[in-house]
Write a protein that binds this ligand. Structure first.
Ligand SMILES: [Zn+2]
Length: 390
């Protein structure tokens, strides 16, 4: 049986770690192309200046070529710009879009990823999502290797709103259950894909390793033991051992777990649920994935003890446990409605079950009716848990 595992060459996490960015740039050359989220850049400007001076390197900003969207057009322009400026590596600094753009620009060559929030597990992966210039989904891109360095500055993450960290816990929450489903169904995982190919075209595939399954399990254990403590630390901009553990869990363990352990029901439910405008609008990725995880547990008839451990975790850290939570405006704390129409549920289930979706990595055939039943039941269980229907 062909098995595959993929990971970044180096992962470094520490206090004020951005001050060492120049050291890593220097291992590739003197100049690096810096693709940064403009807001994130204002937060770390001083550290970047200091590290350039200390290590004698130059970080070349890309002006207004990167405006916040990761499109083929922007990527091509940035690659030309990097070549003209003789950059020997690429840096992606910020949230999802800057990171994805930097992966596409580097295209498997030296790349340093500096996430400024711990909201998803994307930084460690060898894939990115491309959009059109009009912000529509275009395609997934896979590169021949994962980032050379993933560099985490704990102070930057601790000073970001705690909702990002909690959302990252939602993304990490699904990792163990989805990897477990892939083990049970003996499904192929992303780590096995050849460079540049996608599932449709790829002929070389690979199954998950024992290593990935063990990492995914540790990912879940850490969330249960330290998730709440980490949230409280982050709310107080404090770096504690629990906070450090959860940053590593959200970014490294969850990243390795999903890429080499596989996705299944929870992420497919996320993709389905976000066709509903109110859900797409009011939530971060990990928040929807958390509810998707509860739906997967219902779908696979997970034991009550496990289901309630997950509900308890979500409720404690502030992740959604029902549709009302997902439709709540996070600023006002109010939801205009508490459920989905039958038409919406059908649209959600149809998207969840398209042939390419990871729902088909579950260890049994899944129909649209089963998805609707799981969402309805998960919603009721979540409402009952919170005492909303009393
Ligand atoms: Zn995810």
């Amino acid at each position: 049986m062909r098995k595959a595992f993929i990971c970044p060459t180096k992962y470094v996490q520490g206090e004020n770690e951005l001050l060492n960015l120049g050291y890593f740039v220097k291992t590739f050359g003197k100049k690096a192309l810096l693709i940064a989220d403009p807001f994130a850049l204002t937060l770390v400007k001083d550290k970047l200046e200091e590290t350039q001076k200390k290590y004698g390197v130059e970080l070349i900003g890309c002006g207004d070529i990167f405006k916040g969207e990761c499109s083929r057009n922007v990527v091509a322009k940035l690659q030309e710009f990097a070549k003209a400026n003789k950059c020997s590596c690429t840096i992606g600094l910020g949230g999802g879009k800057a990171i994805d753009t930097s992966k596409c620009v580097a295209a498997g060559n030296p790349l340093i990823i500096c996430p400024t929030i711990a909201a998803t597990d994307a930084p460690t992966s060898h894939s990115a999502v491309l959009y059109t210039d009009d912000h529509e989904f275009d395609d997934y891109a896979y590169f021949r290797q994962s980032p050379s360095v993933v560099l985490i500055d704990l102070n930057v993450i601790a000073n970001a709103p705690a909702r990002f960290l909690v959302s990252g816990m939602g993304d990490a929450l699904s990792t163990y259950f989805e990897a477990r489903a892939n083990v049970r169904s003996v499904s192929n995982v992303n780590a096995g894909l050849p460079c540049g190919a996608n599932r449709k075209k790829g002929t070389l595939l690979g199954y998950g390793t024992h290593t990935a399954a063990a990492l995914a399990e540790l990912c879940y254990k850490n969330l249960i033991s330290d998730g709440y403590k980490a949230k409280v630390a982050c709310e107080n901009n404090a770096i504690t051992p629990a906070f450090e553990k959860i940053v590593e869990t959200n970014i490294l363990l969850s990243g390795l777990g999903f890429e080499s352990g596989g996705l299944a029901g929870a992420h497919a439910m996320h993709d389905g649920l976000t066709v509903v405008h109110d859900i797409h609008l009011n939530n971060f990725h990990g928040e929807v994935v958390a509810f998707g995880t509860i739906c997967q547990l219902v779908l696979e008839n997970s034991p009550e003890e496990e289901l309630y451990e997950v509900l308890d975790f979500c409720d404690t850290v502030g992740l959604p446990v029902c549709l009302e939570d997902l439709m709540t405006d996070k600023k006002t704390g109010k939801a205009e409605r508490i459920s989905l129409t039958e038409e919406e549920l059908k649209a959600v289930a149809a998207k969840t079950c398209i042939p390419d979706e990871s729902i088909h990595n579950m260890p049994f055939p899944v129909t649209e009716e089963m998805v609707i039943a799981a969402i309805k039941t998960a919603d009721k269980l979540g409402r009952a848990y919170k005492g909303l229907d009393d």
